[in-house]
Design a binder for this molecule. Structure first.
Ligand code: ZN
Length: 242
């Protein structure tokens, strides 16, 4: 399994960087975890229209899904040359209704279902994108329903925190994973809101150590904050074997 970090920014963009987007490839199948603003443009740098089998969205904060909207407009425009493949779009329970309502507000109620094959994942219930098995685990993130993902395939495993406060659920999602891609948005945990929604670097490292994961990749880190000394920091364009 290979990871390509498409976008690694926190909720506001680091200079020149896209928001959340992590491409996984295994045996010719491609799964995009989150699709924030800037991700589609970056994908188009290497292929004019991205060929993706599945997209899975952790939660509805804009920095994790906003480029699904221009994905629709591009698909409309480009399909005049023949229909484009519709990627599977995996969203949380109730997500199809959320997208239909948003489409209505934008003047095209069926815009998302015409562009994607919409599916809702169930917490703790595996779903499949090609050879990749994905499990969504509910994690605390302010008052918004949010999931972390664990992806298994090719005999390897990757955990992705999405956005999460410190929690046992996040630790169990990453248990013994080969790679833990974990957010570290905060300078210090006590600067977070109430209820908690994000991790400091120390808290990300705590979750990593408690999980037994083999490798930590810190992400969603504002450029204003110190970079980790002992751990790898994600950047747009980083590619690595899981
Ligand atoms: Zn969020």
């Amino acid at each position: 399994m290979r990871l390509n970090v498409i976008g690694s920014s926190p909720a506001w963009p680091n200079p020149g960087s896209a928001h959340s987007g992590y491409m996984l490839e295994a045996n010719g199948s491609r799964l995009l975890l989150d699709c924030g603003p800037g991700v589609l443009g970056r994908l188009r740098e290497s292929e004019l229209w991205p060929q993706v089998d599945g997209i899975a969205i952790t939660h509805w904060h804009l920095d994790h899904w906003g480029d699904l909207v221009p994905w629709v407009w591009g698909s409309y425009y480009l399909s005049t040359n023949g229909p484009l493949p519709r990627p599977q779009l995996w969203v949380q329970p109730g997500g199809a209704a959320f997208l239909a309502e948003l489409g209505g507000a934008l003047g095209f109620p069926d815009m998302f279902e015409k562009t994607f094959v919409l599916d809702e994942y169930e917490p703790d219930t595996p779903f499949q994108v090609g050879p990749l098995t994905v499990i969504a685990t509910k994690v605390p993130h302010y008052r918004l329903r949010t999931y972390a993902f664990r992806v298994e395939g090719d005999g390897r495993s990757l955990a992705y925190s999405g956005d999460s406060a410190p929690s046992d659920e996040l630790v169990s999602c990453a248990k013994d994973a080969d790679l833990f891609v974990c957010e570290a948005t905060l300078l210090r945990g006590e600067l977070d809101g109430e209820p908690r929604g994000h991790l400091s670097l120390e808290e990300a490292v705590d979750a990593y150590e408690a999980s037994g994961a083999r490798r930590l990749l810190v992400t969603h880190r504002p450029c204003e904050l110190p970079t980790p000394d002992e751990y790898e920091l994600a950047y747009d364009g980083l590619e690595l074997d899981v």
